[in-house]
Design a protein around this ligand. Structure first.
Ligand SMILES: [Zn+2]
Length: 373
């Protein structure tokens, strides 16, 4: 991965290159940034840069023997750890799947990855005790050819108490070793690990970074790129999913849903629930994210600075009417219930039951606001 292939984050790229050039490379680092920010991509580009045999002033050469192997993810001194699901216990058992998923999308989320392993996303991901022991034994061996034997631990949040096995290694890795932990949320990383790594904070992407990338790399029209980047809210992985599933479809589904929730006509609602439940978890998850953004947008329309609205014309027309069903009281109730639903969707909840309960709940919330008004 070259730095120039990564979207935005110019400030960080410069900082990382500078770190490498001045030789101030901390041997245990934590790259932390929200989903779709490019945290893993930056870790890869950094690892490639410090190992490049003819580094340029701003990027790896992309052509030396080391770069070529890094780009194909086959360098013998580049090791990955990522969450696995049972019956797998170690990352190496899934090396082929991982390489394929990563070469396809360096911005992938843990949910995407676990779904490639298990379509129904039934199983919990985990970085196991066996994997932690494997890391220690791998890094104890001398490197084949690299300047820095590199271990990338992706989704460090999945290191639960097993992660404590690694503490000594993280504190004092063998000479010539670079360990990069990659995480989305430091609150879910073991504090004992946090305290042993130098943290590199990665901000979410800007709308214009995403817009440009969609136009340049995916031949998106400027209007569509603008619409998608507004919804993606700095998450390039989400932008890619939205690009795949025409998001116009979301609006129709969302506006219908809100009408059914409010009208309380059970047969119509049941039909809608059946349909959405059959759409696959990835779609459902993105749709819930979209719904959450629309609810927040309606709230901004009603109470906030309308300049901040991130919606297109069709959505705006809907929100103007819809906002009268929202109040300061029910906004957080509804958005919390949607966030909970995303969480349950990722964890194999029964979607029909989930949507039915959620619809009834949202219906009640919308009605209570209207009564209060
Ligand atoms: Zn190179």
């Amino acid at each position: 991965m070259l730095f120039k292939q990564i979207i935005g984050q110019d400030f960080l790229k410069e900082k990382l290159v500078n770190m490498a050039q001045t030789g101030r490379i901390s041997h245990t680092q934590l790259f932390v940034g929200p989903e779709g920010s490019g945290n893993l991509a930056l870790a890869l580009a950094f690892a490639q840069y410090v190992n490049c045999l003819q580094p340029l002033t701003e990027d790896s050469c992309g052509q030396c023997a080391s770069c070529v192997k890094f780009q194909k993810l086959v360098h013998p001194d580049l090791h990955f750890t990522y969450p696995t699901i049972s019956p797998y216990k170690q990352s190496k058992e899934l090396a082929e799947d991982w390489r394929e998923a990563l070469l396809k999308n360096t911005y992938l989320s843990d949910f995407d990855w676990l779904q490639t392993l298990d379509n129904n996303a039934n199983k919990q991901g985990n970085i196991t005790r066996e994997e932690c022991r494997e890391i220690i034994s791998k890094l104890g061996l001398t490197s084949y050819e690299a300047k820095f034997k590199t271990q990338i631990i992706w989704q460090a949040e999945y290191l639960d108490t097993a992660g404590n096995i690694l503490l000594k290694l993280l504190e004092e890795p063998p000479l010539g070793t670079l360990i990069i932990l990659v995480a989305s949320n430091t609150e879910r990383v073991l504090p004992t690990i946090l305290s042993r790594a130098q943290t590199i904070k990665i901000p979410k992407l800007t709308d214009s970074d995403i817009e440009l990338a969609l136009q340049k790399d995916h031949q998106c029209t400027p209007q569509k790129a603008t619409d998608i980047s507004r919804l993606a809210d700095g998450n390039y992985n989400l932008a890619l999913s939205l690009l795949e599933i025409e998001h116009d479809g979301y609006f129709e589904t969302f506006s219908q849903w809100m009408r059914f929730c409010f009208s309380g006509k059970v047969d119509e609602l049941q039909k809608w629930v059946d349909e959405i439940s059959g759409s696959g978890r990835e779609y459902v998850k993105n749709f819930l994210g979209y719904t959450s953004q629309m609810i927040r947008a309606a709230f901004i329309y009603k109470y906030g600075d309308r300049q901040l609205l991130r919606v297109n014309e069709q959505e705006l027309q809907f929100l103007i009417k819809f906002s009268s069903f929202l109040s300061a009281g029910n906004l957080s109730e509804i958005t919390t219930s949607l966030d909970d639903a995303v969480y349950s969707t990722e964890r194999n909840a029964n979607l029909k039951i989930l949507f039915l309960n959620l619809s009834l709940y949202i219906g009640r919330q919308l009605k209570s606001a209207q009564k209060a008004a």
